[in-house]
Structure formats: C-alpha cells, structure tokens
Ligand binder design. Structure first.
Ligand code: ZN
Length: 133
C-alpha cells in the first residue's frame, strides 16, 4: 500500500497540471483508492472566475468518472505553496463531505513539508447532506 509520504508527493506533482494563470496559486490533489489506484487533480481557472474548479474536486470527480465512489477511497492529499498546510475552500469541504468517507485521512501540506492530517468530519462538521432534503 502506498504511504502517506508517497501520496503527498503525488499531490505536489499534480500541481504541474494546474491552469492558474490568474491567481498563480497552483494546487494539486491525489486520492488513493483501497485497491491501489491514484486519481489526481489540479485547479483549473477561467477568465470568468466562477467557472474555475479546485484541485480537490477535480480529483474526486476524476475518480468518480472512473467508477470509484466514497467507500472505495483510502486516503487523500492536497498540496499548495502556502505558509501553513493548505486549507480546502468551503465548496470543496461540502463536496468532500458527500463524496469522500467521513473518517478517512485527508492530508494537507505545503511545499515546506508541513503536514496536517484531518478528515471530512473535521473539515465540515454539521454538514448539509442528502438527509436534509
Ligand atoms: Zn476548493
């Protein structure tokens, strides 16, 4: 099984696919499945800013497009060049809370090697979900 350190490296490497010509803030994400597959994502911006998509959601949607779902995931890593380990935005926290397991590790890092380990429950407590509809 892939180690946390290896998944963090893949998240950092995924930043090279970022299209962040406006913010110059490249983010990478990598999701490990229980059967050993890795799905990556990077942020992709647009001149119409709200059209932009985050690395975390691109990685999750990438995995779903390959037939993987919440219970198939083992670990996720997110990386950016931030002072502290990168913090997922609110929209990503909402999507993570529905598409990623509540209790599996989410590793947040920066380029200095600081790592914060959290999970979906910690990132978005009292989340809105399908049972609220
Ligand atoms: Zn986001």
């Amino acid at each position: 099984m892939m180690t946390k350190e290896e998944l963090l490296k893949l998240a950092i490497a995924a930043r090279t696919h970022s299209y962040s010509v406006y913010s110059h803030f490249a983010v990478g994400a990598a999701i490990l499945t229980k059967d050993g597959q890795v799905f990556e994502g990077a942020n992709v911006e647009n001149s119409s800013y709200p059209c932009s998509m985050c690395a975390e959601r691109n990685a999750l949607y990438n995995a779903y497009m390959h037939g993987y779902h919440r219970d198939d995931f083992a670990m996720m890593a997110v990386a950016a060049d931030t002072a502290e380990p990168v913090s997922p935005c609110g929209m990503c926290r909402q999507v993570i809370s529905e598409l990623y397991p509540k209790d599996k590790p989410i590793l947040l890092t920066n380029l200095k090697g600081d790592v914060k380990e959290t999970n979906a429950q910690e990132l978005l407590p009292f989340a809105f979900d399908g049972s609220d509809l």
